[in-house]
Design a protein around this ligand. Structure first.
Ligand SMILES: [Zn+2]
Length: 257
């Protein structure tokens, strides 16, 4: 007999109390339509903002210590709003939907067929790409609410059935990245993250998860710390990346004259 899938049962029970909502507009997802984890109205906007392919170009970011960086979307429009609602809009549960979108957009999982179901990726289960998931640690957390990277990591851990390791910490006395220039960010980030004492990632391939990748300084510094703890390979993945939208994806296409 198969063992009951407790996290899935808990999810279903929670879905009865707190219906799943489209992360881009907040609409309740119907119980029966085959709409996956976003509402039909947001489909077009979701595909407009998709980062295709998900691999980020090294030319626009400063990556080191990483074997690759991936993002599902451009940090713009509805995606940006959904991320901000998760982070400080009091709707942390949108993180589950955003993580599901990452699984579909980045790793080609088959979208959930109904609310309450999970995206599935048989290939991934047969041959795991990573041994564990490490979230980028937050600089500050609101009382009791885990940071968005941790929420995303937990959901991806459930989807891919690999453990989440909170292996990084922020070093004291570092400034928040967004107040700094690009060069300052790289300098500041290099010493801003450290592996937790005793962390042993010997021989492991690690998926590092963040909400938004901007310059690449944060994920690179985290990767460096993870390599220092024995990881053999670190790949970063985020919901979105701050890159200029390609012309064809801009909302109002400029007229060519
Ligand atoms: Zn929607």
């Amino acid at each position: 007999m198969r063992r009951p899938d407790w996290p899935l049962l808990a999810e279903r029970a929670a879905a009865l109390l707190y219906p799943r909502r489209c992360p881009f507009c907040g609409a309740v997802l119907g119980p029966d339509v085959r709409q996956g984890n976003l509402c039909p109205d947001c489909r077009k906007e979701e595909s407009r903002l998709a980062h295709e392919p998900p691999r980020l170009p090294g030319t626009e970011h400063t990556f080191y210590a990483l074997s690759g960086a991936l993002a599902a979307y451009y940090y713009s429009g509805a995606v940006r709003e959904a991320i901000l609602l998760c982070k400080r809009g009091g709707r942390p549960w949108y993180a589950r939907e955003l993580a599901d979108c990452m699984a579909v957009r980045i790793w080609g999982a088959v979208p959930a067929q109904r609310p309450g179901e999970r995206p599935a990726n048989e290939l991934f289960r047969a041959m795991p790409l990573y041994h564990c998931i490490v979230p980028v640690p937050p600089h500050q957390t609101w009382a009791g609410v885990p940071g968005l990277p941790l929420l995303l990591a937990r959901r991806l851990g459930i989807l891919f059935q690999i453990p989440v390791v909170q292996g990084l910490r922020t070093a004291r006395g570092t400034t928040q990245q967004k107040a700094l220039t690009r060069a300052e960010r790289a300098q500041n980030a290099r010493r801003a993250y450290a592996a937790r004492p005793g962390l042993d990632l010997g021989g492991k391939r690690v998926l590092l998860v963040d909400d938004v990748i901007t310059t690449g300084a944060t994920v690179s510094a985290c990767a460096l710390a993870l390599l220092g703890a024995g990881a053999v390979d670190v790949t970063a993945a985020a919901v979105a990346v701050s890159e200029e939208l390609p012309k064809e994806k801009r909302p109002f296409r400029e007229k060519e004259q």
